[in-house]
Design a protein around this ligand. Structure first.
Ligand code: FE2
Length: 282
């Protein structure tokens, strides 16, 4: 990595061939600590009252007004397995949350600082973005013991522009390993196009096509150290498994789309009241 996050020709080559790229040490330990500490504060301030469950295996069931409104808020989503039969949490709320999203990058100063940093913008320019916006942010906990799986998907399904332009930026806030639920991806799968879309209409949300079946043998694990940034092409097939270990696997995930000569699809789940501000204009 050169000045201000710009990618080298070798890194861009790797990304173009594989559809993903691991940038080691993108964030230093201080920056990571700042974000982790801030999330601890946000969680302490969360009273655990109304929120929602997030599950990619049961996504239609759990998508509700709280989810939709989270596009412009800091909202808390529980793990599906966080609750006992009595409907009560089985462990403290800090160990029950699946993720917090989806506008940390706009509302919270600590996450905004990272999401608008020169190094991030430099990287996006080297990926050829002209007027990129961060369209959503998620702090993902992947809690020990109950951190749920994320089924195979392409990010362009959820954050569609015409033409497609989404890139996922996944920052490891802790070491991610096979044991605690690291990302897995099918190298080169971004070259096979977008398979389906996640549509929001008057009835709620649904996929427009059934899930293609994938051969688990084609996935490779992306084990990374804390501070590494994984860059994910919007058409790359990727997933992560349940965290059955005793170690959490915190990550910050940002999704970026192009606004110049690209149209945000009106039937995406995110329907903003206020247009997001392109990064270059901040
Ligand atoms: Fe994803």
């Amino acid at each position: 990595m050169g000045i201000a996050g710009n990618l080298t020709a070798e890194q861009l080559d790797f990304f173009n061939v594989n559809g993903y790229l691991v940038v080691e040490s993108f964030s230093g330990s201080e920056e990571i600590k700042e974000m982790r500490d801030r999330m601890e504060e946000l969680l302490n301030g969360f009273d655990g009252s109304y929120s929602s469950i997030f599950s990619t295996t049961n996504q239609q069931k759990h998508t509700d007004a709280y989810f939709f409104e989270s596009a412009e808020k800091i909202s808390f989503f529980f793990e599906e397995k966080a609750f006992g039969d009595d409907g009560c949490l089985k462990q403290p709320k800090e160990l029950s949350i699946n993720k917090v999203g989806h506008a940390l990058h706009e509302i919270d100063p600590v996450f905004k600082k990272f999401s608008t940093s020169d190094k991030l913008l430099g990287m996006l320019f080297s990926l050829d973005y002209k007027k990129p916006v961060v369209i959503q942010s998620m702090y993902i906990f992947k809690q020990p013991g109950i951190g749920g799986e994320v089924t195979p998907h392409q990010d362009n399904s959820f954050l569609y522009t015409d033409p497609p332009s989404c890139t996922g930026l996944w920052l490891a806030l802790e070491d991610a390993t096979i044991n605690n639920g690291c990302l897995w991806a099918i190298p080169g799968s971004h070259k096979n196009g977008l398979k389906r879309r996640f549509i929001r209409d008057e009835n709620g949300v649904h996929f427009d096509e059934p899930s293609p079946s994938y051969d688990q043998k084609d996935f490779v694990p992306l084990e990374v150290k804390e501070g590494a940034l994984v860059v994910i092409h919007g058409d790359l097939i990727h997933q992560s498994f349940e965290n059955k270990s005793s170690k959490s696997r915190h990550a910050l995930s940002l999704h970026v789309v192009e606004t110049q000569e690209h149209e945000w699809a009106k039937d995406n789940w995110i329907r903003r009241k206020v247009d997001p501000v392109p990064l270059y204009a901040r």
